[in-house]
Write a protein that binds this ligand. Structure first.
Ligand SMILES: C[S@@+](CC[C@H](N)C(=O)[O-])C[C@H]1O[C@@H](n2cnc3c(N)ncnc32)[C@H](O)[C@@H]1O
Length: 207
């Protein structure tokens, strides 16, 4: 269930970063929510993709809030340490390894550099509580998680994401999940070849 790797679904994540960048510009502390992050490879990938596109000052204001239902502390420790086996990093895009990872002192392991690591915080959160962790997110990433839920649960989680997003904010989900037709008025698809959606205001003030 916790299978993941760096730069998984790279194309959708790159488009998500590209589309949400303009809306980050005017915000003091732009917020990103990455839900269901396992050992942290995905939020660090998102952090790297933003680092590639943002100036130093703007990037240092970015907050990537990583959450997972796992509550043994295992994921929190992994994300705080940000240390990964080198063999896991062998297929990163050209130049990324040298730029964003450093020696950890242990042979065979590399650590995400502080600049990228500091942007990511972890908290335990159950998506099936249907309670958002905050509001005003410019981007929510939730990939390879929704497929584990029942159709009715999926709808409630997507409504929660709608409430949590800033006006015009973006949602990136896994390729295998279609947007349920009853939520078509809440999200518009922005790219034909990936599951990236923009929040549409519901009109009645409620999702
Ligand atoms: C396959 S991993 C996906 C990791 C990453 N998002 C990716 O796409 O590579 C699924 C993650 O969803 C988490 N998860 C499952 N049910 C959840 C729930 N109810 N609330 C939050 N996270 C959940 C699991 O603990 C696991 O870490």
């Amino acid at each position: 269930m916790a299978f993941t790797f760096f730069f998984r679904d790279q194309q959708v994540l790159e488009r998500a970063v590209e589309y949400s960048l303009p809306s980050l510009a005017g915000r003091n502390h732009p917020r990103i929510w990455d839900a269901g992050v396992a050992m942290g490879q995905e939020p660090f990938t998102v952090s790297i993709l933003f680092a590639e596109r943002m100036g130093h000052f703007a990037f240092n204001n970015l907050r990537i809030e990583a959450t997972d239902v796992e509550n043994t502390g295992q994921f929190r420790l992994a994300i705080e340490a940000a240390v990964y086996p080198q063999e896991e990093l062998s297929r990163l895009p050209q130049g990324i390894l040298e730029k964003y990872f450093e020696e950890d002192g242990r042979p065979g392991y590399l650590r995400v550099i502080d600049k990228v690591r500091r942007r990511v915080t972890f908290q335990c959160h159950d998506l099936l509580s249907f309670k958002e962790i905050g509001h005003g997110y410019s981007l929510i990433v939730c990939k390879n998680v929704l497929l584990h839920f029942q159709p009715g649960e999926r709808i409630e989680v997507l409504k929660m994401f709608h409430r949590a997003l800033a006006p015009g904010g973006f949602l990136a989900t896994e390729q295998t999940q279609e947007m349920p037709p009853q939520l078509a008025h809440l999200f518009e698809r922005v790219i034909p070849d990936g599951h990236l959606f923009r929040k549409v205001e519901s009109g009645d003030g409620a999702a």
